[in-house]
Design a protein around this ligand. Structure first.
Ligand code: URA
Length: 433
């Protein structure tokens, strides 16, 4: 089987066999196929797409490219939630403690920020002492003791995805449906969960900008998960504006804590409740409405916040931060962003908002970049809000003063102001079960 022939076959729009797909992924993981041939194949896949059978084979090849997690010593039904990536998306920090407080087991592997999107692992590291690098014994112990642990993905889990992602990131082939689906589901299937709820983002801050594409991506991932014997469901949710008001690591943890106390922003709270209730429904804890009531109950009683504090303590972090977020240190430099006009915010280019936060130091341009955990943006107004000229619409935070000007320019350019209120967009577009 020559790599040249496989590239040509896909370039000409023909489906690849399972054997060919496995050979490509195995050869690439072992370093036997060079980057330039895989880049060419990714571009051919980008333009020609893949059938469901090909995408499933690619997913399984990614899953089988390294170790698979064995969570058989972990008690209880294991549930996970995975988001396709967005700006201000701190839902994992809220949902995992909620469902753990209701008796489900969350043994979660999460990622770091990618491009303009943030990552749960970076956010958790904003909590003093918090360790995301537990070994497998510690991971099992923490989950069995507290019902919840969130760690970084181990290097041996789906290594093909790490290699492929880094290559896609620099060859303009990230936003390809079969490549995204196999990347996400390959990792999810290598981790040993029973139920998976997918949060497929749609809009200007998502990898899939159009609702129809997001719906198709969700359908594909649900199909792959079901074929692999998992209980699956997907929500298509809005990423045409940042989620909540905080963008940036420690700022997002503080907002997640507020949300666990029942005092979070409306959109974030609504989405977290829906995602958690879907996880509980998949785990057969009751009807959707009953599960929603349970979620409200553990937020109101403080049990969800306590579950978060327990996880933080078990992973080496200081739980005092969870009960008193004023302990989080703030960035040295802050800047108010003023509305330049009277009117409405009619549109936010959410990817650009993410880039503004990245410029402040909250994300990475290259894998090696150090993150400024205190950097980011706090939005006081978002799409649909009426503003007056001179109103403060956002605060920027950074420890790198020189970045403020470029970040301000980028943020202001990302916002379109208009004379009339824009058509409202739903927060949840669809549910695929
Ligand atoms: N998240 C992933 O893990 N992979 C992708 O390809 C896109 C988002």
């Amino acid at each position: 089987m020559r790599m040249y022939d496989i590239i040509k076959k896909k370039r000409d729009g023909n489906p690849l066999s399972t054997e060919e797909i496995y050979a490509v992924i195995e050869g690439y993981t072992k370093g036997e196929i060079p980057d330039y041939q895989i880049s060419a194949l990714c571009m051919a896949i980008y333009f020609r797409g893949m059938t469901d059978e090909e995408t499933t084979a690619l997913t399984l090849a990614v899953r089988d490219s390294g170790d698979r997690l064995d969570l058989s010593n972990i008690k209880g039904l294991r549930v996970d939630k995975h988001s396709t990536g967005g700006v201000g998306d701190k839902t994992s920090l809220v949902i995992a403690p909620i469902v753990a407080a209701l008796g489900l087991t969350v043994a979660k592997m999460s990622g770091r920020g990618l491009g303009h999107t943030g990552g749960t692992i970076d956010k958790l590291e904003a909590i003093k002492g918090f360790r995301t690098d537990l070994d497998s014994e510690e991971f099992e112990r923490v989950v069995n003791e507290t019902g919840i642990a969130i760690v970084g993905q181990s290097a041996t889990l789906a290594p093909a995805d790490k290699l492929l992602y880094a290559l896609r990131d620099v060859t303009a082939t990230v936003d390809s449906m079969p490549l995204i689906a196999s990347s996400i589901m390959g990792k999810k299937l290598a981790a040993d969960d029973d139920c998976i709820v997918l949060d497929v983002k749609t809009g200007s801050g998502a990898f899939m900008k159009a609702v129809e594409d997001s719906r198709e991506l969700a359908r594909l991932m649900v199909e792959i998960g079901k074929r692999a014997g998992k209980r699956m469901c997907a929500l298509i949710t809005d990423m045409d504006r940042p989620l909540g008001c905080a963008v940036g690591n420690s700022l997002e943890v503080i907002e997640a804590i507020e949300t666990l106390k029942g005092k979070g922003p409306r959109d974030l709270t609504e989405l977290c409740i829906a995602l958690a209730a879907h996880m509980l429904t998949l785990a057969e804890k009751g009807s959707y409405e009953e599960c929603e009531q349970m979620v409200h109950r553990v937020i109101d009683s403080g049990e969800a916040l306590d579950a978060f504090a327990r996880m933080v303590k078990a992973q080496g972090g200081d739980p005092a931060y969870i009960y008193d977020p004023s302990l989080f240190s703030t960035a040295q430099y802050q800047k108010e962003i003023l509305s330049p006009v009277d009117g409405y915010i009619s549109l936010m280019n959410t990817e650009q908002c993410g880039v503004a936060s990245l410029l402040l130091g909250a994300g990475r341009n290259t894998k090696e970049d150090e993150i400024d955990l205190e950097a980011g943006i706090r939005l006081l107004a978002k799409t649909g809000d009426r503003v007056k000229k001179g109103d403060v619409i956002a605060f920027l935070y950074t420890n790198r003063q020189a970045t403020l000007e470029a970040a301000e320019k980028t943020l202001l350019e990302s916002i379109t102001f208009g004379d009339t209120a824009p058509e409202p967009r739903p927060l949840i577009f669809d549910i695929i079960a």
